[in-house]
Design a binder for this molecule. Structure first.
Ligand code: GLP
Length: 265
C-alpha cells in the first residue's frame, strides 16, 4: 500500500516493537508466500528473527518459497567465517526455518571481481522481481546497510569503506575494532529505495538522536537514513526509548490511534 509519508509506530517496550515488526514480516510472507525479503543484520533484528523462527516452529510460517537478499557483507570473509553476515543469518534465522539455500542471497565477501559481483547482485534482485519488503536498522551515525554518511543517495550495490566509528561499533564478533574489515559490499541507497516497502526498526535510548534526525531532520547524505522520508511506503517501528527525542511523537501516536481500518498495516 502506498503512503504519503513514513508511518511511525511507537510501542511501549522493545519487546512489543519486535513483535510488531515480526507481525509485519509474517503478514508479508502469508500474503505472498514467494515474496522477496531484504534482510538486515546488527543487534536490532536478532529478537525479530527469533520470533519468526518461533512462528515457523509452531507451524505458523512457511519459508519454503521465500527468497531473500541481504543488505551487506564484509569483504574478505567467506560464508563460513563466524563474523560474516552470512553466518549471522544462518545462526539467527536461516538455520531455524525451512528456507531453501538456493533462495538465499548475501553479497559474497570473497568475490574476486567486486564491481561485477555488485552488478550481478543488482541484476539478481531485478530478476527476482524486486524486493517486496526490506527490513532495516539504523546505526548511530545514520547509516543504513553500510551506506556511511556521505554516501550518494542514488548509490547502487558497491564496495564501501566503513568509518572508524562503525568499526568500533561492530567490533563485537571480531574481538577488537582493528580486526574489523575496512571494506564491505553493500546495497546502495538507490537499491534500498526501490524496495516496495521498507520496515525500519530502532530500539533503545542509544538510537533516540538518530531516530529524531531520520524522521524529522533535513534529508541529507550526512545521515543516509533521512532518505527514507522520500520512500513511498516506509513503516518505522520504535520503542519509547528510541522515540524519546521526536518532536512530534504525540502527533504520530494520534495519527496511529485514528488510522482508518483500511490503512492499518
Ligand atoms: C551494521 C549493519 C547495519 C545495521 C547497523 C546497526 O552496521 N550493517 O545494517 O543497521 O549495524 O546495528 P544495531 O542494530 O546493532 O544497532
Amino acid at each position: 500500500m502506498l503512503r504519503d509519508r513514513m508511518e511511525i509506530i511507537i510501542k511501549p517496550s522493545a519487546a512489543e516493537a519486535q513483535q510488531e515488526a515480526a507481525a509485519i514480516l509474517r503478514r508479508q510472507i502469508r500474503e505472498k508466500p514467494d515474496c522477496v525479503l531484504g534482510m538486515s543484520t546488527g543487534s536490532t533484528p536478532i529478537p525479530i528473527y527469533a520470533l519468526l523462527a518461533a512462528m515457523h516452529r509452531r507451524g505458523e510460517l512457511d519459508f519454503s518459497r521465500v527468497r531473500t537478499f541481504n543488505l551487506d557483507e564484509y569483504v574478505g570473509l567467506g560464508p563460513d567465517h563466524l563474523a560474516s553476515y552470512r553466518q549471522f543469518m544462518q545462526e539467527h534465522l536461516f538455520g531455524k526455518v525451512n528456507i531453501r539455500p538456493e533462495n538465499i542471497r548475501v553479497p559474497d565477501g570473497l568475490a574476486k571481481d567486486i564491481p561485477k559481483h555488485c552488478a550481478d547482485y543488482e541484476a539478481a534482485i531485478r530478476n527476482a522481481g524486486g524486493i517486496d519488503l526490506q527490513l532495516l536498522g539504523v546505526s548511530r551515525d545514520g547509516h543504513i546497510g553500510f551506506n556511511e554518511p556521505s554516501s550518494s543517495l542514488a548509490s547502487r550495490t558497491r564496495l564501501k569503506t566503513i568509518t572508524p566509528q562503525t568499526a568500533a561499533d561492530n567490533a563485537g564478533p571480531f574481538g577488537s575494532a582493528d580486526k574489523v574489515p575496512r571494506h564491505v559490499i553493500t546495497m546502495g541507497i538507490g537499491t534500498i529505495m526501490e524496495a516496495r516497502r521498507c520496515l525500519m526498526v530502532a530500539t533503545g535510548a542509544g538510537k533516540a538522536a538518530v531516530v529524531a534526525q531520520m524522521i524529522e531532520g533535513a534529508i541529507t547524505a550526512d545521515c543516509p537514513a533521512t532518505v527514507l522520508q522520500m520512500h513511498p511506503s516506509c513503516v518505522v517501528v520504535l520503542d519509547e526509548e528510541a522515540a524519546a527525542k521526536l518532536k512530534r511523537a504525540a502527533y504520530y501516536r494520534w495519527v496511529y490511534a485514528h488510522k482508518p481500518d483500511w490503512q492499518r498495516v
